[in-house]
Design a protein around this ligand. Structure first.
Ligand code: ASP
Length: 348
């Protein structure tokens, strides 16, 4: 009888590690300050992906990592061109047998927009997980290394398959559709208003408490191809507030805007001057989507005025920034007219 624990260990099959591609784009997670006590005065997007990975040696026990530096930006400067590149790169990597999942490091400022874009356009059920940090990599108690470790844990976990694009941040796992940045400075900076997180990740343990019901990734019928071929349709956001005027809308129509999302008051309501300008824009073929500036809740389609009467579409529970992403993709895919666009907003 073999009682040697070492020989029984050596006969155990080797653990097969997931192959995870880490795509770095910049952000505070790659930020650097002159002084470790500085968490606000720093430069985002300057630390390379190799250094980010080197700060978390435990990653090598979780996954075989393939790293790429896709960009080095502050995500406030995210561009439509970089969005196209990023989605194409994610799809190309996931189409190979050599990659089981993807982690994207990103700035927090536009993370929710990029995550939702990917959620609608990734052509795979393999995990795609975005993460970020609120404190630069040089800070005391920097949150980036643990967020990165947790994101890789999620991407390497079977349970993350088929859940759409995910955001792993501060130990929680969020759906890309629902997650929003809710703090300018706290490390607990992301929440999913109304619905809450999907689950949590801690010490390599990944638990999902609920699933994602709405269509995403391979089941949306939306892809990046139309914008890659023809460019992004011009879609802008205007806000309603006390004393709002029609000036911005008129200027946008003049500039050839294809769609306008309104960050409305309350249930997507808007100043009467703005509403008149948008009705005029609609009459000239501009798609108009009512969203809310409130931060939680939804904007219900109104069978009376202004929606059915004027042809406004409502954003459901997407905030204005996510509604813009969906409107751009829907317009690029050739969806036209309030009824067809409303179907997209009710579905996704
Ligand atoms: N401005 C930074 C960015 O979005 C903020 C952050 O990452 O926390 O890139």
């Amino acid at each position: 009888m073999n009682t040697s624990s070492s020989s029984s260990f050596s006969s155990a099959p080797p653990r097969v590690l997931s192959r995870i591609a880490v795509l770095a784009t910049g952000g505070t997670i790659a930020g650097s300050a002159h002084d470790a006590t500085r968490t606000a005065g720093y430069q985002a997007g300057v630390v390379g992906v190799a250094q980010l990975l080197a700060a978390v040696p435990a990653l090598s026990t979780l996954a075989n990592i393939h790293a790429e530096q896709v960009a080095s930006i502050d995500s406030k400067d995210m561009s439509l061109a970089l969005w196209t590149t990023l989605v194409q790169r994610v799809n190309a990597l996931l189409a190979t047998d050599a990659v089981d999942g993807i982690v994207i490091t990103h700035g927090t400022d536009t993370l929710e927009e990029t995550a939702y874009l990917l959620h609608l356009t990734v052509q795979s059920t393999k995990p795609v997980v975005l993460t970020a940090a609120m404190r630069p990599s040089t800070a005391l108690s920097a949150d980036g290394p643990l967020n990165l470790l947790n994101a890789v844990s999620v991407a390497a976990n079977r349970a993350a398959h088929g859940q759409g694009v995910l955001v792993a941040f501060n130990n929680r796992i969020h759906s890309a559709r629902d997650v929003v940045k809710t703090s300018t400075f706290a490390v607990d900076a992301f929440h999913s208003p109304e619905v809450g997180a999907l689950g949590w990740v801690q010490d390599e343990r990944v638990e999902f408490l609920r699933g994602v019901l709405r269509p995403h990734t391979v089941s949306t019928g939306l892809t990046i191809e139309p914008v890659a071929a023809d460019g992004w349709p011009m879609v802008e956001i205007v806000a309603s507030y006390a004393g709002a005027t029609r000036l911005q809308v008129d200027a946008l129509v003049q500039a050839g805007v294809r769609g306008i999302v309104v960050a409305g008051t309350g249930n997507g309501s808007m100043h009467v001057s703005l509403q008149q300008a948008l009705a005029d824009a609609l009459a000239r073929g501009v798609a108009v989507v009512r969203a809310s500036r409130v931060g939680s809740g939804h904007v219900m389609h109104n069978g009376a005025a202004p929606d059915d009467a004027l042809g406004f579409v409502t954003a459901n529970s997407l905030n204005p920034y996510k509604a813009r992403v969906l409107l751009m993709l829907a317009l690029a895919a050739g969806h036209a007219g309030p009824a067809e666009l409303q179907r997209a907003f009710d579905l996704f």
